[in-house]
Design a protein around this ligand. Structure first.
Ligand SMILES: C[S@@+](CC[C@H](N)C(=O)[O-])C[C@H]1O[C@@H](n2cnc3c(N)ncnc32)[C@H](O)[C@@H]1O
Length: 260
């Protein structure tokens, strides 16, 4: 996204349908002066059982992906996830600072963002992939139609942008800087490819491996008012090898917290 282009914000009360329908109908979408072209890949979007669904058909296998904040894992985590005592919430400081605003700069499938919002956090989600952005729009919209999730998704604002470009724009408006910036970047390609979950395979297929993690962390450290939280596999090295102020660990995951 060029620096002078503004990110597309979507408040979940708006109808994102124009953009999504354009993507479905034509297979391409003009996003901030870039054209996303689904024709380059063997994939398409359509509605299946009322949910926007990505279909990927490669020679080897086929995938389907739609997001759901109302039922399934998100519902389970909302009801039995451990409240503000769970590692993600602790790392973001939710108990002590419920008023803090959070920028989830790498929204992905929106799972972590939904957990934080269900614990009361007000957050903005930033996603660079137009396809994931479209799937998130649709999932937020559907969640806003359910009594149990409506108030939660009202606290979630979604934006299509590269987070590095977006963070640069915040330097001109200090009052808009978030208290916490949360990063869960894609990992660099592994030398040995261990078996990974289907959802992660789809993510890798859609967005590949990240090469801008170092720049993203640097911008986040420069912009967050209070802390930057980086999610890592438990045994991975620190991002950019920068020592965190403290870490919060769970079974397979480590949250590196950089206080400012
Ligand atoms: C591992 S996934 C995040 C998963 C997410 N935490 C969840 O709970 O579903 C990483 C996501 O970050 C996005 N991403 C990576 N770098 C980004 C950037 N600079 N700006 C915006 N999105 C980015 C990728 O497109 C991908 O969707």
């Amino acid at each position: 996204m060029p620096n002078n282009a503004s990110p597309i914000f979507l408040n979940n009360t708006d109808q994102p349908c124009d953009q999504i329908n354009q993507l479905i109908k034509t297979g391409s979408l003009l996003v901030s002066a870039r054209v996303l072209n689904l024709d380059d890949t063997p994939c398409y979007l359509d509605y299946k059982l009322g949910a926007l669904t990505l279909h990927v058909q490669t020679e080897a296998e086929s995938f389907e992906l739609s997001l759901n904040f109302v039922e399934g894992k998100s519902q389970h985590r909302r009801l039995y996830g451990g409240g503000k005592g769970q590692p993600l919430a602790k790392a973001c400081g939710l108990s002590k600072h419920p008023e803090w605003t959070i920028l989830d700069a790498t929204a992905g499938l929106g799972k972590d963002a939904f957990v934080l919002a269900s614990l009361g956090a007000k957050l903005t989600m930033c996603e660079q992939s137009p396809v994931l952005y479209a799937l998130l729009c649709d999932a937020l919209l559907r969640a806003s139609e359910h009594e149990e999730t409506d108030l939660i998704v009202k606290r979630m604002q979604l934006m299509h942008a590269n987070a590095i470009d977006y963070l640069k724009t915040l330097n001109d408006t200090p009052s808009a800087r978030p208290d916490v910036i949360y990063l869960d970047p894609m990992y660099p390609a592994r030398r040995k490819s261990a078996k990974i979950k289907k959802e992660m395979q789809i993510l890798q297929y859609l967005v590949g491996h990240s090469n801008d993690n170092a720049a993203l962390l640097e911008m986040a450290l420069h912009t967050a008012k209070h802390r930057v939280v980086v999610k890592r596999p438990k045994t991975a090295t620190m991002l950019n090898e920068i020592l965190p102020t403290f870490t919060v660990s769970s079974v397979n995951t480590r949250y590196d917290v950089y206080s400012r």
